[in-house]
Design a binder for this molecule. Structure first.
Ligand code: SAM
Length: 198
């Protein structure tokens, strides 16, 4: 399983946003593009991939949305469709509880949890963490093992303090010298893993 963690300090943490005005919901449009590029191929969903959306915007941060479409064909009502990712995120945020994880449907879970708690849990599970950063090591020089976790940020990047802490938890890797959209970075990473048959 490959995993992506998308961090946004501005994405809204309530389902009460307008699906027609996603840019006004703390750039929810970027979160959606990133999710689509993480989980979708042409006519196919990547069932070996999970995305964690870490939303830190108002009014109820932090929210950790976990989306893993593995096995979705046979279970649950929500069909992951590119057309309704905003609806899915809204539904998950509306169901969030202050003190417990909510399984909205199998494969769609939400919990009030910070990025560092999420990362510590993944590290305890023995997973290797890679921080996407233009100044990091060239992705093409890395031979990935199974179950890698990739962390990337929204249009504003990681706050300086968080980036320093993140880099102490994992390896900083770069997909090139240019600054790409988060969603483009995910596509490049997916392609590299596909080529390495991870
Ligand atoms: C649009 S960029 C953020 C730009 C922001 N102004 C900054 O300086 O971080 C969104 C995210 O994509 C990732 N990213 C963008 N370009 C990258 C590159 N060349 N290599 C690795 N990660 C990159 C980083 O995680 C970044 O936080």
């Amino acid at each position: 399983m490959r995993e992506f963690i998308y961090f946004s300090n501005s994405a809204r943490t309530t389902g009460n946003f307008n699906s027609e005005k996603l840019m006004d919901a703390g750039r929810m449009d970027i979160a959606i593009h990133t999710l689509i590029n993480a989980l979708f191929l042409s006519h196919k969903i990547r069932e070996d991939t999970k995305i964690h959306l870490l939303f830190n915007g108002p009014p109820n941060p932090p929210q950790h949305l976990e989306i893993f479409p593995e096995g979705r064909k046979s279970s649950g009502e929500i069909t992951l469709s590119k057309k309704n990712v905003a609806g899915l995120i809204k539904k998950m945020l509306f169901r969030a509880k202050r003190d417990k994880k909510v399984i909205v449907e199998p494969g769609y879970e939400i919990e009030k949890k910070s990025i560092f708690k999420v990362l510590n849990d993944l590290i305890e599970e023995g997973k290797e963490i890679y921080i996407l950063d233009a100044k990091g090591e060239d992705i093409r020089k890395i031979k990935f093992k199974d179950n890698p976790v990739f962390v990337l940020a929204d249009q504003d990047g990681f706050p300086h303090k968080e980036l320093k802490k993140l880099k102490s938890l994992g390896t900083a890797i770069s997909v090139g010298k240019l600054t790409y959209f988060a969603s483009q970075v995910v596509t490049i990473v997916n392609n590299e893993l596909d080529r390495q048959k991870i």
